[in-house]
Design a protein around this ligand. Structure first.
Ligand code: SF4
Ligand code: SF4
Length: 165
């Protein structure tokens, strides 16, 4: 999909609001009669998301039910919103694992850097946007909740195909 960038400049001098209003209404009218423009009847119909669309996180899980995270600390370090809380632990064999792993989805800006940086492909942003809640506390996803997510994960940025075409 090609990305077009349109630069809109602030008008200089006197501006006619009537002309701008008529232009806006003409555009609305054009869309009204354009058979290619459709209104999705959400939630019965849902949009098809691009593969790199980023939403609610998901933690990958081993076959025995353990989280794939090895508590390396990279994702909380790189996170620009500081919304990942990790308390690392170590078992008898010296394997690191997360005692606490939480993501505040309310503070997250869905940049995807946690997924990019994870050395074991444990944490992923995902193709899920239906995550509305009634309280702010419910936006803090703990490890169990992250592991229970089952939506598709987001495709990583590919330097060979920077525009995702
Ligand atoms: S997507 Fe970005 S902001 Fe959100 S948790 Fe990951 S690194 Fe932090
Ligand atoms: S980068 Fe991956 S392995 Fe490291 S703490 Fe984050 S989720 Fe765990």
């Amino acid at each position: 999909m090609a990305i077009n960038v349109k630069t809109v400049r602030r008008p200089e001098g006197q501006t006619s609001y009537l002309r701008a209003t008529l232009k806006g209404m003409a555009l609305t009218f054009r869309h009204l009669i354009d058979p290619k423009k459709i209104t999705l009847q959400y939630p019965d119909e849902k949009p098809e998301l691009p593969p790199r669309w980023r939403g609610t996180h998901r933690m990958a899980v081993h076959a025995d039910g353990r989280p794939k995270c090895v508590a390396c600390g990279l994702c909380p370090t790189v996170c620009p919103s500081n919304c990942i809380r990790l308390v690392p632990g170590e078992d008898d064999q010296g394997n690191r694992y997360p005692i606490v792993y939480e993501i505040d989805e309310f503070r997250c800006i869905f940049c995807g850097m946690c997924q990019e940086v994870c050395p074991v492909e444990a944490i992923h942003v995902g193709q899920d946007y239906e995550n509305a809640e009634y309280t702010r506390e419910r936006f803090i996803y703990d490890l169990d909740r992250l592991m229970a997510q089952d939506h598709p994960v987001t495709a990583l940025w590919d330097p060979e195909d920077p525009l995702g075409q």
